[in-house]
Design a protein around this ligand. Sequence first.
Ligand SMILES: C[S@@+](CC[C@H](N)C(=O)[O-])C[C@H]1O[C@@H](n2cnc3c(N)ncnc32)[C@H](O)[C@@H]1O
Length: 332
Amino acid sequence: MNQDNNAQLRRKIMGYLVSQAIFAVCELGVPDRLAAGPMPLPELARDRGADPDALRRFLRVLAGEGLFTEPAPDLFALAELGELLCTGADGSLHHLAGLMSGEAYQAWGAAPYSVRTGAAGFDQVYGMPYFAWLAENPAEAERFDQGQAGLVEVRLLPLLDRDWSGVTSVVDVGGGNGMLLARLAARHPHLTGVVFDLPHVVESAGPALTEVADRVGTAGGDFFDKVPPGADAYVLSQILHDWNDERAGVILANCRQAMPGNGRLFIVEQILDPDAGSGPAALLDLHMLVLLGGRERTRADWERLLHETGFVLESVTAGPRSSLLTARPRTS
Ligand SMILES: C[S@@+](CC[C@H](N)C(=O)[O-])C[C@H]1O[C@@H](n2cnc3c(N)ncnc32)[C@H](O)[C@@H]1O
């Protein structure tokens, strides 16, 4: 037996133990607590409401993964990698750890169903689609919305920095709790806008919009039915990858119908490299399948999907995590 292969494969098979251990210490707020400096284990455990022996075992494994250090026995500190788990860190991944846990993690128990059928494992486990389930589970919905909002900072960079001079009104379709449009409108004070999402989601959009409330409102509805008409720009940030081509096509067609002939569409999504191997975009592609029956798309996929729904892809600007795709209504 090749021992190296054996050890390598064991680590992969047991990989979710590491990701769930990361989630557990984030849930307890350990990284934020250690941001101020190293702490003795008994004090840290008391402060975070953890069992000292269990916390030591978790932290030692995660120290082995490079997230924490133990400079002296039972004294724990954050390593540079672990700093990214702090809520306020530049490029924080704290929210991602939350989004990969709980019901999303449970859905992966039905991964064999997804690979057999091409449909969401989540629906098998919970008996309904993810967004319908979130509507019935307010605490988890709140965590999902906060998780998405927490990732907006990085997602919106290419959108924020582009030239908005030719645009006056924006609808953020599936805009969640409004964080993205709030940041966009704050940076570009001539913009007015509407955050459009499911009714129970936009109800919680107030706080994010406080500073721009005179220019940005909300509308509740279903983007498979229709989206608010008449704006000159429509934003779809991390929406279309939640859906298969048929469902994504309905959302795009509804945006096309709502916008004027000279309107613009801005899509914030990953561009899947067909040779991506097991890189983050390829993993997210699987996650979208298991959670929602959705998919990440290659540039060719985007061109085809946009063409079929009445658009032409104009440009793709790569950002640190997501790309910005711009499209216009097709005239021929
Ligand atoms: C992955 S989140 C993206 C949120 C936000 N655009 C962002 O970039 O963080 C998908 C959003 O689509 C919304 N959504 C799902 N189904 C919807 C529907 N049928 N109509 C309107 N919005 C919907 C969800 O509530 C959620 O806010």
